[in-house]
Write a protein that binds this ligand. Structure first.
Ligand code: HEC
Length: 153
């Protein structure tokens, strides 16, 4: 009996994975240049949201802050490359200001600081000690607003 249930579950998950893949291929043509960098930024936002829920006691899962901090650091580490291509004048919704590519060195160094500070926070989060985590968290998330103020519409 058990094995029948398991087989049915495996079959169902294969079907849904296949249909997901084919709908994904069909949609692929619709992705504008800016989609991927939006997605990478969204990963950072979602990790940050999970961390805040833990800090505020709205979520409480052992070890999750450190895992979420790792996800945020990984997203940050991918971000600079997602802006490397100058997309001015290309189709698709974007909130990126044109001056990103006029001031690429400044923008890139902000991205490097963002990656370094989120990585430092991810290390601090492994200690599980709020006194160590909080200042590192504050430093990491300062990067979000200061860059958005300057480079996001
Ligand atoms: C060095 C600059 C920079 C840093 C640092 C940065 N962002 Fe962004 N972010 C941008 C830019 C530019 C856009 C607009 C991208 C676009 O629309 O093409 C953006 C867009 C976003 C978006 C909207 C997604 C979308 O639709 O484009 C979210 C959410 C976001 N950022 C979250 C964050 C969070 C959270 C952090 C910090 C943990 C962060 N960002 C750090 C530059 C930055």
């Amino acid at each position: 009996m058990k094995s029948v249930v398991i087989k049915a579950m495996i079959a169902a998950s294969c079907i849904s994975a296949a249909s997901f893949a084919s709908s994904f291929e069909q949609e692929e043509k619709r992705f504008p240049e800016s989609q991927y960098r939006h997605d990478v930024m969204e990963m950072s936002k979602l990790s940050l949201s999970g961390i805040l829920q833990h800090f505020r006691g709205q979520a409480n899962h052992e070890g999750h802050i450190a895992e979420l901090a790792d996800m945020m650091a990984k997203s940050a580490a991918l971000s600079k490359a997602t802006f490397a291509k100058d997309t001015r004048g290309t189709e698709g919704h974007t909130e990126a200001k044109d001056k990103i590519w006029d001031n690429w060195e400044d923008f890139a160094s902000r991205m490097d600081a963002y990656a370094a500070d989120t990585k430092a926070f991810a290390e601090a989060a492994k200690t599980g000690d709020p006194a160590v985590m909080r200042p590192a968290f504050g430093k990491a998330v300062k990067n979000c607003k200061s860059c958005h103020d300057e480079y996001r519409k």
